[in-house]
Design a protein around this ligand. Structure first.
Ligand code: NAD
Length: 488
């Protein structure tokens, strides 16, 4: 039988996890809120800078022994955790929905997706390999090996509380790195339950350490400045990523940066419009529009723009706002009041700049932070909303007339995470793949995320890739050895 919300919350540890022990932080508590009601779900420990450094000490002291653990054993720890999460998937989905607000069906999707990183990297752990060859002069042998980069610091965002953490913990463990994890203060509960589950699966003390804190900058900076740290992996906004890169530059740290997006979603006159609308619903409304991959600018051919706007408007208008855990909810709240105010500001600015509201455009009712799913048509190129990451349920539509214009509009952003394009013309599709300046492209689909694929962006959307065969290399360093020819 499914657990009640109270029983589920009672299972979530509320302390910091340092050197294999749950400890109470030295600061005051953090109240974690349900964004659909504004009420506190649970109070948890609040790490100080000293607690952060204690977590780094644990990671550092465990690094050497962890790197020596057999790859198969590291992989099996991930696999056991994967199996436990699969058995308890409903508990994880409910917790994600409670703290983040997404509809339960989407939270289930995140559990499947997020858990897959553990399975994927359990399989990658045993595939770390090197090279051995003869030097071009023939006088030596060249050995190239991969070894763990060392203690890593992971900072994650609030929008995918499970997947953003497993995407970092999975490859770190597989590669033989220890880690300090700092989840977002808005949605830390899922990470706490994840690590408790890893403990049950046999996680050795000190390999993964978790600090929750309301003073992210003050608690993180001393960790980044400490000589024992070798790697920082961050998912979050470009603004915070820039600050972390500046701090990392002082230490020449290895960095992985999964930052913000401003995805174009281009619909050509030869596209299957119904399929484009389905793709748009996925690309825009997954996570209530609060995804780095969210379609941010709908760039639609003049001849189909009205049809697309009206069909998308019908679908968006039919979504039911509510608490994510309620079965009939198809759209949850945005994360907090600040986010809701930002939605209204963007709608008002777009209308003042000449755009039209097709549907929505205002807050929803209830105590939570609800904003109605919104479609804005005839948005003028250069409008404010096209330059910012919306991070909410608003779909602005811009018209174009030629393929060149569509590509220019699509690339007209400092970001380069993902792009979406809908066309039935294969040659055009090939041209788009080569000219859209993004790390990922969805061709006739609104969903690209997959644990087996290299996820990441170009330009201000970041550095490095997570997932796929590439993901583990973010946690490995290359070591080259020269050995003289034994016969000389
Ligand atoms: P955010 O940048 O505000 O916060 C991310 C994390 O950084 C949180 O844990 C936060 O506590 C911490 N943080 C904030 N300031 C810090 C500082 N000075 N030092 C150390 N840590 C600090 O982002 P958010 O609001 O949590 O998430 C939304 C952003 O994340 C969006 O821009 C979104 O596009 C991006 N995102 C990117 C990806 C990706 O894979 N590219 C995935 C999900 C989210």
């Amino acid at each position: 039988m499914a657990l009640s919300e109270q029983d589920l919350l009672a299972k979530v540890p509320t302390g910091l996890f340092i050197a294999g022990k749950w400890v109470s932080g030295s600061g005051s508590l953090i109240a974690v809120e349900d964004p659909a009601t504004g009420k506190t779900l649970l109070e948890i420990a609040n790490a100080s800078a000293e607690d952060g450094l204690a977590a780094l000490t644990a990671a550092d002291e465990t690094q050497a022994s962890w790197a020596k653990v057999a790859p198969r054993e590291r992989g099996e720890l991930l696999r056991r955790t994967f199996e436990l999460i699969r058995e308890r998937s409903e508990e994880f989905a409910t917790l994600i929905s409670l703290e983040m607000g997404k509809p339960i069906a989407e939270a289930r999707g995140e559990v499947t997706y997020g858990n897959e990183f553990l399975r994927w990297f359990s399989e990658e752990a045993v595939r770390i390999s090197g090279r051995f060859g003869t030097s071009p002069e023939g006088t030596g042998r060249m050995l190239v090996a991969q070894r763990p980069v060392g203690p890593a610091f992971a900072i994650t965002p609030w929008n995918f509380p499970l997947a953003m953490t497993t995407r970092k913990i999975g490859p770190a463990i597989a590669a033989g790195c220890t880690m300090v994890v700092k989840p977002a203060e808005l949605t830390p509960l899922t990470t706490l339950l994840l690590v408790k589950t890893m403990e049950e699966a046999g996680l050795p003390a000190g390999v993964i350490n978790v600090i929750t804190t309301s003073t992210s900058a003050a608690t993180s900076a001393p960790i980044i400045a400490d000589n024992r740290l070798r790697k920082i992996t961050f998912t979050g906004s470009t603004q915070v990523g820039r600050k972390l890169l500046e701090q990392s530059a002082q230490r020449i740290l290895r960095t992985s940066m999964e930052l913000g997006g401003n995805a174009p979603f281009v619909v050509f006159e030869d596209a299957d419009i119904d399929s484009a609308v389905n793709g748009a619903m996925l690309a825009k409304m997954r996570n209530i529009g609060q995804a780095c991959t969210a379609a941010n600018r709908f760039i639609v051919h003049d001849s189909v723009a009205d049809d697309f706007a009206s069909k998308l408007g019908d679908r968006m208008g039919a979504l039911k706002l509510g608490r994510g855990v309620d079965a009939d909810t198809t759209c949850g709240p945005v994360i907090n009041e600040k986010a809701r105010e930002n939605m209204q500001r963007l709608v008002d600015a777009t209308v003042a700049e000449g755009g039209d509201v097709v549907v929505g455009g205002e807050s929803g009712s209830g105590d939570g932070y609800f904003f109605k799913p919104t479609v804005l048509a005839n948005v003028k190129p250069g409008s404010t909303i096209l330059k910012e990451e919306i991070f909410g349920p608003i779909a602005p539509i811009v018209r174009f007339k030629t393929e060149e214009e569509a590509i220019r509009l699509a690339n007209d952003t400092e970001y380069g995470l993902v792009s979406y394009a809908f066309t039935e013309d294969l040659k055009r599709g090939m041209r788009l793949i080569e000219s859209l300046d993004t790390g990922m492209t969805g061709l006739n689909t609104g969903l690209v995320s997959n644990a087996a694929a290299p996820f990441g962006g170009v330009k201000a959307s970041g550095l490095g890739r997570e997932g796929g065969a590439e993901g583990i290399h973010e946690y490995l360093e290359t070591k080259y050895v020269m050995i003289p020819d034994p016969s000389l």
